[in-house]
Unconditional design. Structure first.
Length: 105
């Protein structure tokens, strides 16, 4: 039941996206991008839009280790798994960060 409440508040624009130009235009209209797809994260970073990357434990070298920021994208924040296939902790940290941002903390 609770999932259906959230589902009604989410707008899925992916059907309107044909290429990276469309994706860039959408990103330009967002306050924050939360991504699991690094292509979208790289695009948001290139546009200097704030983005949070939910990243896997065995990360790609580009996202480095033991950091929550990016050397290449000042607008990035990285939330990495504590162990492989364990997303619950990542989601909890993202939810807490969203709450903090909403309160202006």
């Amino acid at each position: 039941m609770r999932d259906s409440i959230w589902r009604e508040q989410v707008v899925d624009w992916t059907g309107d996206l044909q290429d990276f130009s469309d994706t860039a235009a959408l990103i330009d209209n967002l306050d924050l991008v939360i991504a699991v797809d690094t292509a979208v994260a790289h695009l948001a970073g290139t546009l200097n839009k704030p983005f949070w990357l939910l990243n896997r434990y065995n990360t790609c070298w580009r996202w480095l280790l033991d950091r929550e920021d990016s050397l290449w994208y000042p607008s990035a924040r990285v939330f990495r798994q504590d162990a492989g296939r364990q997303w619950a902790g990542v989601v909890v940290r993202v939810c807490a960060a969203l709450s903090d941002d909403a309160r202006g903390s």
